[in-house]
Write a protein that binds this ligand. Structure first.
Ligand code: ZN
Length: 114
């Protein structure tokens, strides 16, 4: 009978991860992809928000950082309610749902009055 060696380190069969990227700090960060919501994007906030595969909605509003245009990158949990996104756009970017029809009517009325 051959001696059966009990080796503890084989019991864990982990998929070997390539350590090529070890010099990068963001190792635990998975590469997120943009999710195409298609017809679910009914609200105006989706002009500025997109959803990634981690289930979060990201603000893509362009802001200037030291003279360089960057995406805001604010994120919140994505669900069917868009109030969080609306609040963010309202308070941070002073961006409101555009009701252009109303504005143009007021503009015409103003023109008419003068
Ligand atoms: Zn933002």
């Amino acid at each position: 009978m051959p001696n059966q060696k009990r080796s503890n380190n084989i019991s864990l069969t982990r998929p070997t991860k390539k350590n090529n990227n070890n010099n990068l700090d963001n190792d635990q960060q998975e590469v997120l992809q943009w999710v195409e919501l298609g017809s679910n994007k009914t609200s105006w906030v989706w002009k500025h928000f997109d959803v990634k595969t981690d289930g979060r909605a990201y603000c893509r509003y362009k802001i200037l950082k030291n003279g360089v245009e960057e995406e805001c990158n604010y994120s919140c949990i994505y669900n069917s309610q868009t109030s969080t996104q609306q609040y963010h756009l309202n308070s941070i970017h002073k961006e409101f749902e555009k009701k252009e029809k109303k504005v143009s009517i007021i503009f015409l009325l103003l023109l008419f009055m003068y």
